[in-house]
Ligand binder design. Structure first.
Ligand code: MN
Length: 198
């Protein structure tokens, strides 16, 4: 059985860029529901004692396990997402070793963020945009609905939730404003650097 992970900050810590109200629903209702649904779906099955990663891999593209995949992958994606954010306007500096890789693979931090934003903006419907490490190289990818970066042989460094429930309470349909606010004020670069093995 899985439990909802704890948040590494208070519900209001991301304000004004992401409101406590958004976290109450996004973390407290949506993320919780994915955990609860997954538990119900795997109860009494061979998956009941498996790791989240194993459940995701085993249910991926299995027509009869679609609900299990969707809920398991969304639990996993949100587990990462909360760690990709940090309290507003704290530790904003990109660690030097990560910045070196970003400059090498994208030209500059601004160019990487522009590509990240473009991926998030051009994704139609619900999904995720990611900064990932593939081998030694950083790249931007996006996945649809619950689909998750870990199925593509890459290590996620940063995940951005672009489901409407991620921004609608604070930004309504203005996805670009939400992305800009997260990029400018909330990205946890230390978490990204740690995931990159730096
Ligand atoms: Mn979400």
């Amino acid at each position: 059985m899985f439990t909802l992970r704890t948040l590494p900050y208070a519900l209001e810590a991301l304000e004004p860029h992401m409101s406590a109200k958004t976290l109450e629903f996004h973390y407290g209702k949506h993320h919780q529901a994915y955990v609860d649904n997954l538990n119900k779906l795997i109860d009494g099955t061979e998956m009941a004692d498996m790791s989240l990663e194993d459940i995701i891999k085993l249910s991926n593209k299995q027509e009869d396990k679609k609900a299990i995949f969707n809920n398991a992958a969304q639990v996993y994606n949100h587990n990462i997402f909360w760690d990709c954010l940090r309290p507003a306007n704290t530790n904003m500096e990109v660690p030097a070793a990560l910045l070196t890789l970003i400059n090498r693979d994208f030209g500059s931090l601004e160019k990487m963020l522009a590509e990240f934003k473009l991926a998030a903006m051009t994704h139609f419907g619900s999904g995720w945009a990611w900064l990932v490490k593939e081998g030694d190289k950083l790249k931007i990818i996006k996945t649809a609905n619950a689909d998750t970066a870990i199925l593509y042989g890459v290590t996620p460094l940063l995940a951005l939730d672009i489901w409407e429930h991620s921004y609608y309470l604070d930004y309504q349909n203005r996805r670009a404003d939400f992305i800009d606010a997260v990029f400018t004020n909330l990205l946890n670069w230390d978490f990204a650097a740690k995931n990159a093995g730096l």
